[in-house]
Design a binder for this molecule. Sequence first.
Ligand code: LIP
Length: 282
Amino acid sequence: MRHPEVPVMRHHDLSAARDLAEDLAVSAGALIRERRPKQVEVLETKSSKVDPVTEMDQFIENYLVTRIRAERPLDGILGEEGDDIPGTSGLTWVIDPIDGTVNYLYGVASCAVSVALVAGPPDPLSWQPLAAAVHAVDFGRTWTAATGQGATADGAPIRQNPPAPLSRSLVATGFGYAARRREGQARVLLELLPHIRDIRRLGSAAIDLCLQAEGAVDLYYERGLSPWDFAAGALIASEAGSTVCGLRGARPTTTMVVAGRGEALTELLRILEAADADDPAW
Ligand code: LIP
C-alpha cells in the first residue's frame, strides 16, 4: 500500500539516488581509512557498556549529513548517531556511519558505511526502500541497489546460485548489546546450530545482508537491529533475488530481519518461530 504522501520516483531519479548513495558510502569509507587514529577511543556508550560510539562515528555522520543537506535539501535524514532531520520531499536518507563499530574499535576488518533512501516515514513498518549503498571499509567492496533495478557488487550485477539446503547452509547472525537479549539469542542458536553447515558472526548487519545477497553466506537472521543497520542491506538482498522478511509473515523490522531463499529459508523461519526467536520477554 503506497503511503499517500509518498512521491513516485522515476527510473532516472532512482538511478541518480543510487549513484549518490554509492558516492556517499564510498567517500565516507575513504575518510575512515585515511583518518583512522592509531588508538581508537570510546567517546561514550549508548544502550549498554558494550555499545560504543567513537569520534569517527560522529565525524562520519556529520560528513554524510552535511553532504546530503547540500545535495538533497528537501529530504529528511535519520542517522544512528542522533540526526533525525525531517524533510518536505517525502523521502528520508537512513544512514549508519559505521556499521560494526565494535569491529572498528578493535581493528577487526568488518565494518561498513550504510546509506539508504526510503519513501514515507523512516519506519521499517511502513517505509518503501528506494536506493541503497553499503561500502565495506576494510576490504573496499561496495554493494548498491535501486528498487526494480537489481543489485550490484563492485559494479557488476549480482547473480545468485541455486539455494543450498539448510543442512549445508552457512548462516550469518548477530547478537545484541544487552545480556538478557544475548541469553535469549544463545538459546535460539542452540536450537538452530545442529541443523546448519555453520554460523558466522561478522559484526555488521549491513555486510551480512550484502554477503547473503551475493551468496557468500546462504542465510542471515538477526533480532533487535536498528533501522539504519539494515535499511540498505535489506534492499540490496531483496533486489539481488533474496526474500527479506520477519517472522510469522511480518515485514523485516527491528524485531527480526531474516534473509534467504528457497526451502532453506522456509526451514530457518520454522526453527526461529518454534524457538520464539521474537519473544518480547527478552
Ligand atoms: C551492529 C550490527 C550488528 C549487530 C551488532 C550492532 P552497530 O551495528 O550491524 O549486526 O550484531 O550488535 O548492532 O551498532 O555497529 O552500528
